[in-house]
Design a protein around this ligand. Structure first.
Ligand code: CZF
Ligand code: MG
Length: 199
């Protein structure tokens, strides 16, 4: 089936394509070009719904009525840092900041609290819009963040994150390991069950 991803994040897009190898998964920008969606909701779910609905409506305008739109709003939460960065993960170091800058900000804030390693978890909310109806599912991955970056794999905060049961960061383990148990994999497995019912 053809799925339009309401995401501009290359790391996420690659992960979705690897997780759905039998489907045609394309980024919205390939059809609609650049669209800026303001993520002004107060939850992963609110932002995921907004992204999926915005792209769905733009596709309707150009006559694409039968598409499945999927979005992902995600982030990392560090309880010892007052639950930062949470829904602000993509812009922790300011609007338009890079993964490198966000990681540097997280390291700085961990160091301010003398935290070399502390509990953290990723959340992913996936929203599906199909024939005007909205469905949402969530997935989580628990572990620890450390105050340095190790490895080059994954994206975003992955070089700082050690999943429970492992002694290496997701940056060191690489995607083949991450895809077995990530927040996005878990959410997408639930999303696939929703698709099985609604399609
Ligand atoms: O190391 C990471 N591994 C992951 O698996 C992961 N999932 C989310 N994140 C972080 O959370 C932000 C999401 O913010 P976000 O959902 O708004 O996405 P985004 O703005 O990057 O793209 P879009 O999908 O909104 O277009 C991202 O930028 C990352 O910083 C991750 N970091
Ligand atoms: Mg975003």
């Amino acid at each position: 089936m053809k799925i339009v991803l309401a995401s501009a994040n290359k790391g996420k897009i690659t992960e979705f394509q690897k997780l759905m190898p039998n489907d045609e998964v394309i980024a919205f920008s390939e059809i609609l070009g650049k669209i800026e969606i303001v993520e002004d909701k107060d939850s992963f779910k609110g932002n995921a719904i907004k992204k999926a609905q915005t792209i769905y409506e733009e596709l309707i305008k150009i006559g694409q009525n039968d598409v499945i739109v999927i979005s992902d709003d995600s982030g990392i939460t560090v309880p010892a840092l007052n639950n930062e960065p949470g829904i602000y993960s993509a812009r922790y170091a300011g609007e338009g900041s890079s993964d490198k800058q966000n990681n540097a900000k997280l390291i700085e804030n961990l160091n301010k609290q003398n935290l070399e390693k502390t509990a953290a978890f990723y959340t992913a909310c996936i929203a599906i819009v199909y024939k005007g109806e909205v469905y949402t599912v969530h997935g989580w991955m628990h572990g620890n963040v450390i105050n340095k970056e190790l490895g080059e794999g994954g994206f975003g905060y992955d070089p700082m994150f050690i999943a429970n049961g492992f002694d290496k960061t997701l940056g060191e383990l690489g995607y083949e390991a991450k895809k077995e148990f990530s927040h996005r994999t878990k959410a997408l497995n639930l999303a696939k069950k929703v698709l099985d019912v609604i399609l």
